[in-house]
Ligand binder design. Sequence first.
Ligand SMILES: NC(=O)c1ccc[n+]([C@@H]2O[C@H](COP(=O)([O-])OP(=O)(O)OC[C@H]3O[C@@H](n4cnc5c(N)ncnc54)[C@H](OP(=O)(O)O)[C@@H]3O)[C@@H](O)[C@H]2O)c1
Length: 244
Amino acid sequence: MSAELNGHVALVTGAGRGIGRACAEGLADAGAHVIAVARTEGDLAELREHSSGRIDTWVGDVTDDTFAARVETIEGLSILVNNAGGNRPQAFVDVDAESLDFVIGLNVRAAFRVAQAAVKAMLAQRIEGSIVNMSSQMGHVGSPKRTVYCMTKHAVEGLTKAMAVELAPQGIRVNAVAPTFVETPMTEPMLEDPEFREFVFGMVPLKKLASLDDVVAAVLYLVSPGAGMVTGHSLKVDGGWTAH
Ligand SMILES: NC(=O)c1ccc[n+]([C@@H]2O[C@H](COP(=O)([O-])OP(=O)(O)OC[C@H]3O[C@@H](n4cnc5c(N)ncnc54)[C@H](OP(=O)(O)O)[C@@H]3O)[C@@H](O)[C@H]2O)c1
């Protein structure tokens, strides 16, 4: 895998921790020059020490429209891992307006604006790029205390398909990765609850969580030349959760 992405420039949002961080490292290991984005400089500082020497970092907020303007200027951008996202699990009747706006703003509006900016950069430079939107198994099913999250991830799935169809003539491929639960700073507090953990393991036929490596492998496949005929797809890394 190490030489496969030589010459590529990849933008990874939400790359300070968790899945985004693992994707930034995986893409750099595969030869890409990576721009890793998050709001917390302390998390990004460690990434700059990555052994490949191919990770640059930007402190930025994907919900800010000035961030999208900056993405449009990236020279040679050929890969976007549109990963920044979040969740505030709440019972449907308890969802407050601020949380609703926050999760939609981050998971849908910002994901749309960042993807739009990346595509503008690719089109302006006639680059046949590849975009991976970080969805979730919750973009395919419903689950308790996840009405807002499921709604936003279903939106990401719709965005992925519509972008794939519209941008295919320009050679830009657009896919989604849809993981089950992965242990990250986002899910740690949820998975500390033994009842919730039991629920999760009960739902996954393979009886395990996804690892960061499982998710990175899916991203690397989708952006690789081997996936040259794959667009509009959602690659579920869910141990079978959505199969039953
Ligand atoms: N973990 C799972 O089980 C799981 C399963 C399926 C799908 N996903 C999806 O995978 C993605 C990553 O999840 P994760 O679990 O790795 O999350 P995480 O551990 O909470 O990490 C999120 C990263 O995004 C950054 N971020 C958050 N808001 C941002 C903003 N407005 N602008 C820029 N960066 C921002 C955070 O850093 P700062 O706070 O410093 O900005 C952090 O580096 C999300 O889209 C999530 O929905 C996760």
